[in-house]
Every structure is written in C-alpha cells, then in structure tokens.
Design a protein around this ligand. Structure first.
Ligand code: AMP
Length: 172
C-alpha cells in the first residue's frame, strides 16, 4: 500500500487555505497501480453479499464503476443537485459554512437491496452520512462503505459508526 500512497499527490491550500488536497489523478495515471487499488478494495468484500454498487459524484464514480465492472454488479449514482433527469430523492448535509445537497433517482434502489457505497476519500463523513440516509429512505440496506483514502484525524468514521467502513489508505 506504500506504493499507492507514494502516487497520491498532496496539494497544499486547495481548494482553500489550510486544506491539504489529496490528488488521486497521479495514481490514476499509473495503470498498473490504479488496477491494484481497485483489486485491493474488491478483495475486502464478498460480492455475493452486495446487490448494488453506489458511486458518489465525482471521484466515487471512478472506483465505484471499476468495482461494479469487476463483479458484474449494477452501478447506481448519487449526484449533485440538478443533474439527475428523472424523479429524485434529495438529502441535505452540513458544510463548514452552510449546507449542500445530493440526489439519487427514486428507482435506483428497490426495498432491501444491499448497497456498497464507494467514494474516493473520507474526510468529515458528512457527504457519505447523507448518502446513507438516501439509501435508507429508498428502503435499501447499506452493506458497506468503501474509500480509497481516509483522513483519520477528521474522525469521519465516528459519524458512520453504525456501518462497516473500510479504507485502503489511512492518514492519521
Ligand atoms: P466529507 O463529507 O467531509 O467526508 O468530504 C468528502 C468529500 O470531499 C469527498 O468526496 C472528497 O472527495 C472531498 N474531500 C474532502 N477533503 C478532501 C481532501 N483533503 N482531499 C481531497 N478530497 C477531499
């Protein structure tokens, strides 16, 4: 995993001062290591216990779609407001200043389907917590939450303590 960590670029003060942005584009540029990261995430799960893979816009699509392809599972998406064309469910969540929202198609999930949620990075956990609420509103069950990267010092895992959370790379 140290090989993978070396490929993630730290960009200081992006998108604002004080944030160290974990840039995964430098990992995606290395085909063998990109595949290794997807395979290592996949290894953690038994696909027989997953009905749907859910990717969160935008970087969750990259790893979520790759996992869905690998397992030949359906792939569903959560997007920023105003992007999904059919009937949607919406959920708001807190930001440092103000609120944001995410949306899912109402017909994305059927009752009792087991959903693996995928995103690139766990920071405060606010985004993914809102996604778990969307899944449950539609009658789905969160079977797990997978991240490439976890920023442990932000304690996002505490917000998600009800769920099985797995991250490939941790930064304390
Ligand atoms: P949060 O809701 O705080 O867990 O934020 C998660 C979302 O913000 C993820 O989709 C990340 O892609 C993005 N994000 C937050 N902090 C960072 C960071 N330091 N580097 C890269 N992406 C980040």
């Amino acid at each position: 995993m140290e090989d993978l960590k070396k490929l993630i670029r730290d960009v200081p003060d992006f998108p604002k001062e004080g944030i160290i942005f974990k840039d995964i584009t430098t990992l995606l540029k290395d085909g063998a290591q990109f595949r290794k990261s997807v395979d290592a995430l996949a290894e953690h799960y038994n696909p027989e216990e997953i009905d749907l893979v859910l990717g969160i816009e935008a970087r969750g699509f990259i790893f979520g779609a790759a996992l869905a392809y690998k397992w030949a599972k359906p792939f569903i998406i959560v997007r920023k407001p105003g992007k999904l064309p059919a009937e949607i469910e919406n959920e708001e969540y807190e930001l440092e200043y103000g609120t944001d929202a995410i949306e899912i198609h109402r017909d994305a999930i059927s009752k009792d389907q087991r959903v693996l949620i995928v995103d690139d990075l766990l920071a405060t956990g606010g985004t993914v917590a809102a996604v778990t609420r969307l899944v449950e509103k539609l009658g789905g069950k969160v079977s797990g939450i997978a991240f490439l990267i976890e920023l442990g010092f932000l304690k996002g895992k505490e917000l998600l303590s009800k769920y099985d959370v797995f991250s490939l790379l941790r930064y304390q």
